[in-house]
Ligand binder design. Structure first.
Ligand SMILES: [Zn+2]
Length: 470
């Protein structure tokens, strides 16, 4: 939708409900999102200028700034450090308690940036060419500001709420999620009874025609299960080859792993996603495959189609990427030990122990050790329906009627894992509509978000939160 159409639609919607609302509350049905969008851009610039690069993080500085902004609106916030300098912010807008709380989650830390590679300084927070520039503009200070402005707008308007709205900004998402892990363990009482949570992990894909291809809501994500494999042998001089060379043993194991194809498994979120894509697919054969992926995946031609797409492939199976390799430091020395690390990502419903058993069978060498580098975890999935999904549907229907809403599985990993693990339905939702090119600036160069996207995001999140907390 163009901006003009969006504004016109907004006016039309506002006019439609004008009489009743003004009589009831003496204010328009919705806030002035244009004004809120400009305000969001100013706040985002300030937030970006507070350097919270992880490592070391220094999130307490960011948390203090958020606390000041909230204090100006009369919203009290507390800061809890998960370790020195690693601040986690918590604030609550009370409802009448008839429904369970909703959490708006973000992380304060950002990844490093190479200044010289950017067109506008990554720590400038400047608005140029219609966008706010800087590290974190998308991942995820921009979303944090949209959540903040949503809470602020509800507070300013004194909207009566059926459920508490809780704002949480965690430390250390980018290098190990220690903030979320600590917060959900040590401050669990603050989240007691929370029903839903909105976090990063969604993606609204903008097509070349300016329409949104789909609104993607994250209901699940694969779980990293990183492994090290190690082989030992007798060391010696490279001029005398030995049959028990550790490096060769690891090379043989890696050859088998690289050739191995993990089984294809259709999980309910992936099946739902493909069925949603079927409603928009123009090619008749593909439409048939998407509409019934369970049957299609028994057809080798369809399997080739699905697995040739790297994203579809990754959501249909456990995956293994061979990444780190260690052997000898010298060409003429046979090492006593050689190892490799595997970036394994498990689908929802998979047990790590079963995967390791399968991997042992594939390696077929009992002298090769397998050591997990991360704790054993299983992916969890939030309900595909329910009041929050319904509120998202209605917000999309108001803002971009007819647009597709679907639930693509995240192949990466977010803090949502820790919140799902304590029973909160976590949903990855982006407030922005991004082209593939925009999305590539996340963790890359020239990360930025347009002021129009901030305006859109505040309206999108406000409509969702206001509806689900009505
Ligand atoms: Zn992030």
């Amino acid at each position: 939708m163009t901006r003009m159409a969006a504004v016109a639609l907004g006016l039309f919607v506002a006019a439609g409900s004008l009489t009743s609302t003004i009589c009831a509350a003496q204010q328009p049905a919705t806030p002035d999102f244009d004004v809120l969008g400009v305000e969001a851009a100013e706040r985002l610039g300030e937030y970006i200028r507070i350097r919270t690069v992880n490592p070391p993080g220094n999130e307490t500085a960011g948390a203090k700034w958020l606390q000041q902004v909230l204090a100006r609106e009369g919203i009290a916030a507390e800061i809890f450090e998960s370790s020195a300098g690693r601040g986690n912010l918590y604030a609550r807008l009370p409802g009448n308690g008839s429904k369970r709380p909703l959490v708006l989650l973000s992380h304060i830390d950002v990844v490093p940036a190479t200044d010289s590679a950017w067109r506008v300084g990554p720590w400038s927070g400047e608005t140029r060419m219609g966008a706010v520039w800087g590290r974190g503009a998308l991942d995820m200070k921009g979303t944090g500001i949209v959540e903040l402005m949503t809470m602020v707008a509800l507070r300013r308007r004194g909207v009566p709420l059926s459920r508490d709205i809780i704002l949480v900004a965690n430390a250390d998402e980018e290098t190990g999620s220690s903030g979320a892990e600590w917060f959900t363990r040590e401050k669990r009482a603050l989240l007691r009874d929370a029903e839903f949570l909105i976090n990063e992990g969604g993606h609204n894909r903008l097509g070349a025609d300016g329409r949104t291809e789909y609104y993607g809501v994250g209901v699940t994500e694969k779980v990293p299960y990183w492994l090290r494999i190690t082989a030992r042998g007798t060391p010696g001089h490279g001029s005398i080859p030995r049959p028990d060379n550790a490096a060769e043993r690891i090379a043989r194991a890696l050859g088998r792993i690289a050739a191995y194809r993990t089984p294809i498994k259709l999980t309910p979120p992936a099946e739902r996603y493909f069925k949603d894509l079927a409603t928009r697919e123009r090619d008749p054969r593909r439409r048939k495959w998407f509409a019934d992926p369970a049957s299609a995946l028994r057809d080798p031609v369809a399997v080739r189609f699905f697995t040739a797409n790297l994203y579809y492939n990754a959501i249909l199976r456990n995956t293994i990427s061979i990444t780190v390799l260690h052997g000898s430091e010298k060409t003429n020395v046979i090492p006593p030990e050689a190892s490799a690390e595997l970036d394994v990502r498990l689908l929802p419903g998979e047990r790590p122990a079963d995967f390791v058993r399968e991997l042992r069978r594939v390696i077929a060498d009992s002298s090769v050790e397998i050591t997990p580098l991360r704790p054993e975890r299983e992916a969890t999935t939030s309900p595909l329906g329910g009041p929050l999904m319904e509120a998202i549907r209605q917000a999309v229907e108001t803002m971009e009627p007819g647009a597709l809403i679907t639930t693509p599985m995240l192949t990466g990993y977010t803090d949502s894992y820790y919140y799902r693990a304590i029973g909160i339905g976590a949903y990855g939702l982006s407030p922005f509509r991004l082209s593939e090119e925009d999305a590539r600036t996340v963790h890359g160069n020239d990360e930025r978000v347009t002021v129009e996207n901030l305006r859109f995001g505040v309206e999108f999140f406000y409509r969702i939160v206001e509806r689900v907390a009505r």
